[in-house]
Design a protein around this ligand. Sequence first.
Ligand SMILES: Cc1cc2nc3c(=O)[nH]c(=O)nc-3n(C[C@H](O)[C@H](O)[C@H](O)COP(=O)(O)O)c2cc1C
Length: 170
Amino acid sequence: MKYEIVYISTSGCTKKVAQALAEAVSPQPCRLINFEMETPSDDADVYLVGFCVRHGACPYALLEWMETLEDKKVMLFATGGLAAVDGYQKRIEAVAASFLSDSCEYLGMHLCQGEISPEGYTHFRSCLSDSGDEGALQNIRQLYAYSQGHPNTQELQDACNFMKNALKQH
Ligand SMILES: Cc1cc2nc3c(=O)[nH]c(=O)nc-3n(C[C@H](O)[C@H](O)[C@H](O)COP(=O)(O)O)c2cc1C
């Protein structure tokens, strides 16, 4: 079984998960592809596709590439600042997985808490600034503080366990 991990990571959180998955797959053959710098191959059997959530979604360029996959096993993984929000993964997964062709076998998605960067914090604040909702701003401040240091060792392990179980079941 040949593996390929294809990811987008702007500030490094998703890259950490991608690297942990690559180690977990070892010693099986596995390529690690930073989608913004390299072109994925089309000859792997299993694609682990990772992204940082941006504006509530998977970056569109990655979705467009996912759409071209045929007859592959595909698992999604992601990191997001809002990962702890109830039902958040389902919403992102529903859109991302819909880009996969019916010929692919979908193994599921794992979302980890990511660290919110200062840029991300500014983004969330600007989304709320017009609302004047002090409670929501306070929640974002708390989430920003909570998110620092994520994904942590346990979360990386959880992502690897999710992948191993998903592969066992398919
Ligand atoms: C401009 C911008 C928009 C973002 N939008 C979202 C979002 O909609 N939902 C979310 O959960 N996180 C969002 N984030 C936070 C990132 O997804 C999170 O920090 C992620 O772990 C970063 O991954 P990376 O380090 O691999 O780039 C946003 C961050 C930035 C900078």
